[in-house]
Design a protein around this ligand. Structure first.
Ligand code: FAD
Ligand code: 2HG
Ligand code: ZN
Length: 470
């Protein structure tokens, strides 16, 4: 063990091998506070060459390795288990924007670049990197790629896997695969880039990426809309698509419980509408400087929706300040759920046609399992993705913890029955690896295990994440 630490120190420098409990603390607990592990050391390499040396040293000493970006993951995939045998490899020092080509539409970055800095690098050349998450001020592009993150721009631009053209990856044996190609067309065999996207640190360490950037969309028209039901929200989605076409960029839902928590805990939050509603939608149209008329399109689609009984009222943003106030009502929900107390997260996708019936049926089922449980339902309804999260009955956090297994089982069963997915965008991590395997066919699990064995025969890369131990 001393030998390994010495080797790591000589690879990355003494200052970047952390072993003191106070230095290591922030790297071994996840954002939700539910996964608390221990680490042999936290290593902070500053280059791909250093990452390769760290990985090789761990491979040769059979030391498990946990890659970590911004540590904002919600399924415990970026923190070690409690054994204290793993090395956490933090990409936080690798923050260089390597290249930008606005005409080719590519941006080449180190994996540790924070998402907001990726967005800023695109904006600096009058382009858009569209991915947008509530955690964008601290999550890294490497973590986004490793989890195939979603967010609020998926409706128009797709998941992370649709935003990447090439990768650089340090393989579990320490070799470097340089796949940093920015080609839109490249049919020369298996798509290795896509294999690593969504692999949650189990197949290698992503050290660099060629990302796609798009024409900037400086014009926005944004509204916070009261809708009577999830069914009405889905109808409103159809109306918005018909009116706005490609300009429809965001379509997010939140229930009243979610808004109530935001109003209670987010400083400065104000309900923009007079009458309360059971459900709300945040809808945004975005366009280039040449796209006039977005406000008129938004007003017309809302008028149609009101007339059809699919919307009751709407607050339209009248400037950037009002726009960000409306966005904060949606983006603040994760944070305020945590402030409110014990939370049980479910990140589900359902066929959009079944969303309303599924949500309506689920409420009574959960009340039977834990009377008083508070569904805080929100998410990317335009993608069929709900964060069907639960807060404890008021003042009864322990009851939620005690009922967590039964509540989760009820939700997972209902998702499976509707042919949905129990992880839409957050991945499996440690939280959902076993549950996901239970819903997959033997063939699918075998294929996944075969890939893992082929790349990581000793099972050292993020063990027990995504796939449980065989
Ligand atoms: P980490 O948490 O550090 O790691 C996540 C996983 O990726 C781990 O398995 C880790 O081992 C692996 N990993 C990290 N970096 C690398 C690398 N370089 N190479 C290989 N593996 C690596 N997610 C969404 O999809 N949509 C949202 O809208 C969204 N909103 C969020 C809002 C809040 C407030 C918070 C706290 C989280 C949110 N998330 C969301 C979840 C989280 O931000 C994403 O999963 C994000 O992609 C994680 O990035 P990270 O850098 O923090 O990764
Ligand atoms: C969001 O859409 C994120 O806000 C976080 O995916 C969801 O905290 C959550 O459960
Ligand atoms: Zn989300």
């Amino acid at each position: 063990m001393t030998d390994l630490l010495e080797r790591l120190r000589s690879a990355v420098g003494d200052d970047h091998v952390l072993t003191e409990p106070t230095d290591v603390a922030a790297y071994v607990v996840d954002w939700t506070g539910t996964h608390r592990g221990r680490a042999l050391a936290v290593v902070r390499p500053g280059s791909t060459t250093e990452v390769a040396e760290v990985v090789r040293a761990c491979a040769e000493t059979r030391t498990p390795l946990v890659p970590q970006g911004g540590n904002t993951g919600l399924v415990g995939g970026g923190v070690p288990d409690g054994s204290g045998t793993a090395v956490v490899l933090s990409l936080g020092r690798m923050r260089t924007v390597r290249d930008v080509d606005p005409v080719a539409g590519t941006l080449t970055v180190d994996a540790g670049v924070v998402l907001a800095d990726v967005q800023a690098a695109a904006a600096a050349v009058d382009r858009l990197f569209p991915m947008s998450l509530g955690s964008e001020g601290s999550c890294t592009i490497g973590g986004n790629l490793a989890t195939n993150a979603g967010g609020t721009a998926v409706l128009r631009y797709g998941m992370t896997r649709e935003l990447v053209l090439g990768l650089e990856v340090v393989l579990p044996d320490g070799r470097v695969w340089d796949g940093l190609r920015g080609l839109r067309k490249d049919n020369t065999g298996y798509d290795l880039t896509q294999l690593f996207v969504g692999s949650e640190g189990t197949l290698g360490v992503i050290t660099g990426a060629v990302l796609r950037i798009f024409p900037a969309t400086p014009r926005h028209a944004t509204a916070w809309v009261a809708v009577p039901s999830v069914a009405a929200a889905v109808s409103l989605l159809g109306i918005a698509q018909e009116h706005a076409g490609v300009h429809l960029s965001t379509f997010e839902i939140a229930n009243r419980q979610a808004l109530d928590l935001v109003l209670a805990h987010l400083p400065g939050a104000v309900d923009p509408l007079e009458a309360p509603s059971e459900w709300y939608v945040l809808v945004e149209l975005a366009g280039s400087a040449a796209d006039g008329g977005l406000d008129a399109t938004l007003e017309a689609l809302l008028a149609d929706a009101v007339e059809a009984g699919r919307a009751m009222d709407a607050a339209i943003a009248t400037g950037p300040g009002r726009r960000s106030a409306l966005w904060s009502l949606r983006e603040g929900i994760s944070e305020v759920q945590k402030v409110e107390g014990a939370t049980l997260k479910h990140d589900v996708t359902l066929p959009i046609a079944d969303l309303a019936a599924w949500t309506d049926a689920m409420g009574p089922v959960l009340q039977e399992v834990l009377p008083g449980v508070r569904p805080v339902t929100y998410g990317h309804v335009g993608d069929g993705n709900l964060h069907y999260n639960l807060n404890a009955p008021i003042g009864r956090d322990d009851d939620l913890r005690a009922a967590a297994g039964d509540l989760t089982a009820a939700i997972h069963e209902a998702v499976a029955a509707a042919h949905g997915s129990i992880s839409a965008e957050h991945g499996l991590g440690r939280t959902k690896a076993a549950a996901a395997a239970a819903y997959k066919s033997d063939v699918e699990v075998d294929l996944m295990r075969a890939l893992k064995r082929a790349l990581d025969p000793d099972g050292l890369m993020n063990p027990s994440v995504l796939l449980t131990a065989p």
